[in-house]
Design a protein around this ligand. Structure first.
Ligand code: ADP
Length: 396
């Protein structure tokens, strides 16, 4: 079965065509600058990347270009569109309505729309992508896979904020968590990789990418995660602040003469390791600068790692123990120094690191020593494959 996985943002769209039987990626790429000018990146597996600059005024036109590329006589991955058996869509916010993936019917789309005010930047863009695909492939079944769904098992004590309860009742203000597809995929794979019984396990997943979050997964179910109503809560990220004293918002607004949008812009786009280092949000740049003695870069990496370690400590408490810790996403999979620094704080758990194994980049590997009381590993995430699997499970 061939599944087209679509991750649609407001001006960009990532896609992969996956053969669900072999789980091979047949082709992948992205559309950028939709509604501005337009750029299609397309790569059939085994061939070079093709880049086409072409007008893409709407998402429908962008998807049409993707479909044309997929069936192109010379470089296409399939002969005709009838070879696309299903489409899996990433949807950012499913609110409390969606605790699992679901086939996209008109009623479901309406319910997703009702979650729009919880993710005003993301959900409308996701829905535009779904509508465009439905118009172009009206007979192909489509599935929505939510970033929030895996975290819906969190108990109330973990998802409620210390705010007036009526804000939860009236507006559903609570913690939801994001990156759920990745946390689900990686926790399952961690148990499998380590030969553990997922149903009887305590796993902490550290998804450290440009956006970063941690989750506590008890017996296969999420019991806590670091992101909240929005992806701003929790860890210090590439450009997001993560947890701060909320009173800072008023303080900065007055000092810098900013309105609420201005403050939110600072917290989302100008903070995190970018803001701390005054240099970059990318750990490759930070590592290079730190190696040259740049104090701000060293400090930013320290703040990032310390926050991760504190959350791991909190989640050990949440689960009353931990069997395994998995590092994933761009930083978690690639940055030896971050893993080493985080794990330095966790010696009290009986964790010992195999320094040589910890040199790993982007592949599954146990990085703790054989006698470590808690297993620590690197498990590359694969959100597209996870979406394809969920899609197949629902449409087969
Ligand atoms: P997102 O999906 O949230 O954009 P990713 O999971 O792709 O993020 O992670 C991107 C980040 O991962 C980059 O900003 C960079 O900090 C880090 N990263 C990626 N590759 C490497 C690498 N080889 N070495 C160090 N850091 C890396």
């Amino acid at each position: 079965m061939n599944v087209l996985v679509v991750n649609c943002g407001s001006s960009s769209l990532k896609y992969q065509l996956i053969d669900s039987d072999s789980e091979a990626v047949l082709a992948k790429g992205l559309c950028e600058r939709i509604g501005i000018d337009g750029r299609l990146v397309y790569q059939k597996t085994g061939l070079d990347k093709e880049i086409t600059e072409a007008a893409m005024p709407t998402h429908k036109q962008a998807i049409q270009m993707v479909l044309d590329a997929l069936v192109n006589e010379k470089t296409g991955a399939i002969k005709s569109l009838s070879e696309i058996d299903a489409v899996g869509h990433r949807v950012v916010h499913g609110g409390e309505k969606f605790a699992s993936s679901i086939v996209l019917t008109p009623e479901v789309l309406k319910a997703i729309e009702e979650c729009n005010d919880l993710a005003p930047l993301h959900n409308p863009a996701n829905l535009i992508g779904i509508d465009a695909c439905k118009e172009l492939m009206p007979d192909v079944p489509m599935v929505g896979v939510f970033d929030t769904a895996f975290h819906q098992t969190m108990p109330k004590k973990a998802f409620l904020y210390g705010l007036p309860y009526e804000y939860y009742e009236k507006y559903k203000v609570r913690r939801y968590g994001f990156h759920g597809t990745s946390h689900s995929f990686v926790s399952k794979r961690t148990a499998e990789f380590l030969g553990m019984d997922l149903k009887n396990s305590k796993i902490i997943v550290a998804h450290l990418g440009n956006g970063a979050s941690i989750s506590a997964v008890l017996n296969g179910e999420c019991v806590d995660t670091s992101m909240g109503l929005t992806p701003l809560e929790g860890l210090v990220m590439g450009t997001r602040s993560g947890d701060i004293d909320p009173a800072i918002m008023e303080f900065i607004a007055k000092k810098e003469n900013l309105d609420i949008e201005g403050v939110m812009n600072v917290l989302n786009k100008k903070s995190g390791v970018q803001g701390l280092s005054k240099l970059s949000s990318d750990f490759r740049d930070l590592e290079a600068a730190a190696n040259e003695g740049n104090e701000l870069a060293i400090g930013a990496i320290d703040v990032f790692c310390y926050r991760v370690a504190k959350y791991i400590g909190a989640y050990v408490a949440a689960m009353n123990g931990v069997d395994a810790i998995a590092f994933t996403a761009g930083i978690g999979e690639n940055t030896t120094i971050v893993r080493a620094k985080v794990l330095e704080y966790l010696g009290y758990l009986g964790i010992t690191v195999d320094a040589q194994a910890n040199e790993v980049h982007g592949e599954e590997k146990v990085i703790s020593t054989a006698d470590s009381k808690v297993k620590v590993c690197v498990i590359p995430t694969n959100e597209e494959l996870a979406i394809a699997r969920e899609t197949v499970a629902l449409v087969k």
